[in-house]
Unconditional design. Sequence first.
Length: 186
Amino acid sequence: MTTDEGSSPRKAAAPSASGSDDRVSEGSPSSPEVPESVRVLEQFLQEDGWYPRKLSVENGHVFRVDFRGAHGLMPCYAEVRPEFSQFIFYVVAPVKADPSKMQEVCEFVARANYGLRIGNLELDFDDGEIRYKSSLDFEGTGLTPGLLKGAMYPAVQTMDDYLPGLLAVVFGGATAKAAIEAIENQ
């Protein structure tokens, strides 16, 4: 699969599909207790049109954004861990694996991950959640908009590219092998 990493993904301005309000009102992004990497992330998300919502997470700096791809609306989570100089970005599939399909979805994830250069798919065996994770370490360099773009854009594009195959496995009865072959032979 090739990804045009230079083009801007389509961000969704809509709130989460569940209707919950994940925003918190305390603290300004410019207040002195906010680490620089958190300010950089929030500024990038705002200026790049992601419409970030800061989540109330104990000891965390997590922003919820949405991505509307060609194949669906996907919630995303951008997290900075300043104490470790780490950035983690998750793109969550809009479907979960049913327990009866777990083995086939597991094979789909393994086959999809083979050869991916930036990031990987993950499967939660407890609740069936499927997500794409991209991360980076910015120790010694600082977090920059270029690094954020290089981690986030390929992640949303890859999840959108593989989503039709995942849907075919979860709902259409396709085998993991056939679904991956259809995606990768396009």
